[in-house]
Design a protein around this ligand. Structure first.
Ligand code: AKB
Length: 310
C-alpha cells in the first residue's frame, strides 16, 4: 500500500504541538513521527529526539522510517533571532538545507516550509501588501525566510522536489505558547486576562499587524499540502491573511469578557520590527489557487481563546 509517513521537525513549538495532533488524526498516530531537540512531557509517543542541524541524523530518520512527507517547523523567530544574528542564520538555514537535501536524495514526496510576514520590510505598501512586494526584511529571521523561499523554489524548479510554503502572520492559539516572536503579545495577553492580571504590552496601542487564529493556520497548512500540484502557481511562499488588529483592539475585545482588564504600553526593540511589517496582507493568489478563506475574526478568536483558557 502507498501510505504516507510524515516527519515533523520542530514538533515542540507553538505550531508543531497542534499540527502534530491534527496530522495524527488525519493520517493515524503511527504514521506521524514528531521530532525535536528534546522530549516534551506527555508527547513521548512516536517521538524521536532529532537535531536537524545534523545531516546524518535527519537522513537516518528519513531512511529508517520511510518518510514521504516532512513538515519543517524548526526556526528561531524574529525577536529572539536579533539577539544572535549569525547563530539564527546558521540554525534556520542549516536545518532547511538538511531537510531539502535529504528530501531530494531520498525522494521525499512533499515538504512544508513555513515562511512569514517577516519577509517584508523596506519599501512596501503596508496596506494589503502584495504577494509580489519588495522583500527587504529588517530581521535575520526575515532574511532567512526570504532565502528559504528562494531555496524552496530552486529545489522545485531544479529537482522537482514538491516544496510548499505559506507566509504565516502572527499565530494565536490556546494550546501552546509562542517563543521569541514579535507577535507573541497577542497570545500572552489572553493568559493574563483569564488570570485577572493586567498586561504590559511591548508594542504600542496602534501597532496593526496581520494575525491568524490557530485553527485557520492549521487548515491553511493542510489545504495547501493537499492541494492539486498543478494548481499551485507560487513556489516561493504564499501570502495568507486571517485578520488584522492592534493591541488596543484586542484589549477592547477582551474587555467584553473581563471589563476590568487593564493594559499598559511599554514598547521595546520589538516595536521597530513590528513597524517594518505589513498591517494587512493581500492573499489573492492563495484564494485563487487553492480556495483559501479564513473563518476566524477578532471576536470569534477572543471568544474561543477565553473559553478554552479559562
Ligand atoms: C514572529 O513574530 O517572529 C512570528 C512571525 C510573524 O513569523 N510570529
Amino acid at each position: 500500500m502507498n501510505k504516507d509517513v510524515i516527519l515533523i521537525v520542530g514538533s515542540n513549538g507553538q505550531l508543531g504541538t497542534v499540527l502534530t495532533e491534527k496530522l495524527r488524526l488525519n493520517y493515524g498516530a503511527v504514521n506521524v513521527i514528531a521530532s525535536d531537540l528534546y522530549k516534551k512531557i506527555g508527547s513521548e509517543d512516536n517521538f524521536i529526539t532529532l537535531d536537524a542541524t545534523d545531516f546524518k541524523a535527519v537522513e537516518e530518520v528519513v531512511l529508517k522510517n520511510k518518510i514521504t512527507q516532512i513538515y519543517h517547523l524548526a526556526a528561531i523567530l524574529s525577536a529572539k533571532g536579533e539577539q544572535n544574528p549569525l547563530g539564527t542564520w546558521d540554525l534556520n538555514m542549516k536545518t532547511l538545507f538538511n531537510v531539502l537535501e535529504v528530501s531530494r536524495l531520498h525522494k521525499v514526496k512533499k515538504v512544508f516550509f513555513p515562511s512569514s510576514i517577516a519577509v517584508f520590510g523596506e519599501n512596501i505598501d503596508k496596506e494589503n501588501t502584495l504577494q509580489s512586494s519588495n522583500l527587504t526584511p529588517t530581521t535575520v529571521y526575515g532574511m532567512s525566510k526570504v532565502a528559504g523561499e528562494n531555496w524552496a523554489n530552486y529545489y522545485f524548479k531544479k529537482y522537482g522536489l514538491d516544496v510548499r510554503s505559506l507566509r504565516y502572520p502572527g499565530v494565536i492559539g490556546y494550546q501552546s505558547l509562542p517563543g521569541g516572536g514579535t507577535t507573541d503579545y497577542a497570545v500572552d495577553i489572553f493568559h493574563k486576562a483569564v488570570k485577572n492580571e493586567s498586561f504590559e504590552c511591548f508594542l504600542d496601542a496602534s501597532t496593526m499587524l496581520p494575525m491568524m487564529y490557530m485553527d485557520d493556520v492549521i487548515r491553511a497548512t493542510l489545504e495547501l499540502m493537499e492541494a492539486d500540484k498543478e494548481k499551485l502557481t507560487i513556489r516561493t511562499s504564499y501570502n495568507i491573511a486571517g485578520m488584522s488588529f492592534n493591541p488596543e483592539q484586542i484589549a477592547l475585545s477582551i474587555k467584553e469578557y473581563y471589563p476590568d482588564f487593564k493594559i499598559a504600553y511599554k514598547p521595546d526593540f520589538r516595536q521597530v520590527i513590528a513597524n517594518s511589517w505589513p498591517k494587512c496582507i493581500d492573499d489573492t493568489a492563495a484564494r485563487n489557487d487553492w480556495n483559501w478563506k479564513p473563518e476566524y475574526n477578532l471576536n470569534l478568536m477572543t471568544k474561543t481563546m477565553i473559553e478554552n483558557l479559562k
